[in-house]
Design a protein around this ligand. Structure first.
Ligand SMILES: O=P(O)(O)OC[C@H]1O[C@H](OP(=O)(O)OP(=O)(O)O)[C@H](O)[C@@H]1O
Ligand SMILES: O=c1cc[nH]c(=O)[nH]1
Ligand SMILES: [Mg+2]
Length: 208
């Protein structure tokens, strides 16, 4: 498994803005989407292409098109929806598969409540979307659900992660690659990422 921390200046700048404590719902949403777009650019840079000849303005012209497995985007409800528009901006024809998970606030264990996958998920690369990778429990649960459905090619896109969550996923699912805008320091006693973003779901949905 490879972990890519995307150290692009635009990503760093936008992370600085999204960490602001009094950020509005509107700004948080816009920045989550913009960073997701930049992560998508990185997470798709090794997709294979194949040559094709099309008719251009002056006759035949050789172009390239993406070949191989098509993509399904997998937002983890709720907060993952905040990254979806940014990803679909770059991959507009991707199918969307949805996983509903919430973290029990006391045990920090993930609770699954919804699953709706695109057909033929075994023929697609899954791009899991979630702003936060904390203990890693939610990501491991989501990967388990995807693999059970037959998916064999999985990547995850996150705004912020911590080393312990990454290590857990590396151990349980060494075949899954992770793209993250920032690997932060640690979890606090309530399982929140420091310095982190706070509760990403609440910030995207305006529920606090
Ligand atoms: O790595 P973990 O320790 O599992 O924590 C990360 C999960 O917690 C958050 O979701 P939350 O449970 O707050 O649900 P929400 O998106 O509905 O707010 C976040 O969006 C991740 O899914
Ligand atoms: O810091 C965290 C950890 C889990 N979920 C969040 O929304 N934020
Ligand atoms: Mg939440």
């Amino acid at each position: 498994m490879a972990v890519f921390e995307v150290n692009h200046p635009l990503v760093k700048h936008k992370l600085g803005l999204i960490r602001q404590h009094d950020i509005s719902t509107k700004d948080f949403r816009e920045l989550a989407s913009e960073i997701a777009r930049l992560l998508t650019y990185e997470a798709t840079k090794d997709l294979e292409t194949e040559p094709e000849t099309i008719t251009g303005w002056n006759g035949p012209v050789k172009v390239e098109r993406i070949k191989g497995k098509k993509i399904t985007v997998v937002p983890i409800l709720r907060a993952g929806l905040g990254m979806m528009d940014g990803v679909l901006d770059l991959i507009p024809s991707a199918r969307v598969s949805v996983v509903g998970l919430y973290r029990n606030e006391e045990t920090l264990e993930p609770v699954a409540y919804y699953e709706k996958f695109t057909s033929n998920i075994n023929d697609r690369t899954a791009l899991i979307l979630d702003p936060m990778l904390a203990t890693g429990g939610s990501l491991v649960a989501c990967i388990n659900m995807l693999k059970k459905a037959g998916c064999t090619s999985i990547r995850g896109l996150f705004l912020v992660a911590v080393p312990e969550g990454i290590e857990r996923v590396q151990k349980e699912h060494p075949d899954v690659d992770i793209y993250v805008a920032s690997i932060d320091e640690k979890l606090n006693e309530n399982g929140y990422i420091l310095p982190g973003l706070g509760d990403a779901g609440d910030k995207i949905f305006g529920t606090k």
